[in-house]
Design a protein around this ligand. Structure first.
Ligand code: ATP
Ligand code: MG
Length: 160
């Protein structure tokens, strides 16, 4: 074997278009919980692996919906900050206790072992974001909601 590293395929990606597509794709899951997805975006082109970035967006929005309270809102903000695109996803869900925040990006970690999922979405997300030279931050207030912020360089090159 040459290597088991995941191959990244970089092209010019319309970041805002991906967000709109993923929000549309997860609309049904959101409306089943009466959750409204509010979207604020601007046109942004980034040099990235579009399929991998789509997976990031699905993982984050899937979590936001899954852990949202019925009838609450999810706000997505996407904007430019210098040479970075910023994506913020705010939910009004169950939140995460401060002493657990440090673990949620780890593989197989779930706050509630009985919730749906393998506990891999955020670990995969972190990996993809890091490979693009970006950052991911989680803030949460237990019982109130969670904010995930991802920053990606417009010209994200793989760090070797
Ligand atoms: P998978 O994504 O593999 O289907 P999962 O959603 O449980 O399973 P992750 O996406 O990695 O796994 O998230 C890990 C854990 O972090 C979740 O099980 C949950 O406890 C917590 N978590 C993630 N996002 C949120 C959120 N928006 N609100 C509250 N808790 C969250
Ligand atoms: Mg998940």
């Amino acid at each position: 074997y040459e290597s088991n590293r995941v191959k990244f395929v970089r092209t010019v990606v319309e970041f805002d278009t991906l967000i709109k597509e993923v929000a549309f794709q997860l609309q049904k899951k959101a409306s089943e919980k009466n959750v409204l997805i509010k979207l604020e975006y601007m046109p942004v082109l980034i040099n990235a692996d579009g399929d991998k970035i789509r997976q990031v967006l699905i993982n984050l929005l899937d979590n936001a919906i899954k852990f949202s309270k019925n009838g609450s809102d999810i706000q997505i903000f996407q904007y430019l900050q210098g040479e970075m695109v910023v994506l913020k996803i705010l939910d009004q869900g169950i939140g995460i206790q401060q002493d657990k925040l440090n673990y949620i990006l780890d593989s197989f970690y779930k706050v509630d072992a009985k919730s749906v999922g393998a506990g891999l979405g955020l670990a995969i997300t972190r990996n993809i974001v890091m490979k693009h030279g970006g950052t991911i931050e989680v803030q949460s207030e237990y019982g109130k909601g969670t904010t995930i912020m991802v920053r990606l360089p417009l010209n994200g090159m793989e760090k070797e």
